[in-house]
Write a protein that binds this ligand. Structure first.
Ligand code: SAH
Length: 249
């Protein structure tokens, strides 16, 4: 008999046509779907007729444990996340829990379009060269480690995608991040802000770090800060990789 699997499925940023065919196939095979309530509402028709395990924020461990229990009983289970299931999402937690319990279950991850890719395409092409991804949520990562990483990324002149940039409770780290990047790249460095990428009401803004609109940033927003090679021309934000400097036009 083949080993029992549990799927960690990334749904992509929101639009139905950014959900991969592989993710749709995995969902179709599942008897049980577990997910954050808000994500379950995103594609309700996909989950018709399936047993649903849904709960709210901070319910991740309970949700994954319930999902693993179903899998251990022989059910085909999918744990869904927005974007990619292995980026600030459920795939790693499932692996930790399976290992901690010594379960004979294989976690199979289905990649999804992560928010950074979706937002970069809306803005132009800011992620053309080396870039970093940092979450500004200090719920699970200590604040001083986040700040250390921000400083390292700024010192390395890397473009940076900031996930979880600000919430009603957490507003100060985005201010500190912008200050760190301004110190390294100057206040005129460009920065892209995308809210609800590929969802209804999507908005995209490009600004300079010195004019950063802190009040418009929330948990449905991703911020991409530029570096010394990032330009904003003809309405598009992009980072030069050096092709033309090296080879000419
Ligand atoms: N697994 C997800 C990330 C989850 S962390 C992924 O790969 O995309 C949640 C954070 O991701 C949000 O606070 C926001 O910063 C970002 N995010 C996720 N989807 C987004 C979207 N459609 N538009 C803008 N930001 C998004």
């Amino acid at each position: 008999m083949s080993k029992q699997v549990i799927y960690a499925i990334g749904l992509g940023p929101g639009a139905a046509d950014l959900l991969t065919p592989r993710a749709a196939r995995a969902i179709a095979q599942c008897d049980v779907i577990a997910g954050y309530n808000a994500y379950l509402k995103q594609f309700p028709e996909l989950f018709n007729g399936k047993k649903i395990i849904g709960n709210g924020m901070r319910g991740e461990i309970e949700r994954c444990n319930l999902a693993l229990k179903e899998a251990a009983c022989g059910k085909t289970v999918g744990v869904i996340s927005s974007g990619d299931a292995g980026i600030y999402a459920m795939a790693g937690l499932l692996l930790e829990l399976v290992n901690a319990e010594g379960m004979d279950i294989e976690v199979v991850s289905i990649p999804g379009v992560t928010a950074a890719s979706a937002a970069a395409c809306i803005l132009g092409a800011p992620l053309m060269n080396d870039f970093a991804v940092i979450s500004l949520s200090d719920l699970l990562t200590p604040r001083q480690i986040i700040v250390k990483r921000l400083k390292a990324v700024a010192a390395g002149d890397m473009v940076c995608a900031l996930y979880n940039p600000s919430s009603t409770r957490r507003k100060s780290l985005i201010r500190e991040a912008v200050e760190i990047f301004m110190e390294a790249h100057g206040g005129d460095c460009y920065c892209g802000i995308v809210k609800d990428a590929s969802r209804p009401g999507e908005t995209a803004t490009v600004c300079q770090l010195c004019n950063f609109p802190f009040d418009s940033i929330d948990m449905t927003t991703i911020v991409i800060t530029g570096n010394s090679q990032t330009l904003f021309e003809n309405g598009k934000l992009f980072t030069k990789r050096g092709y033309i400097e090296k080879y000419g036009k």
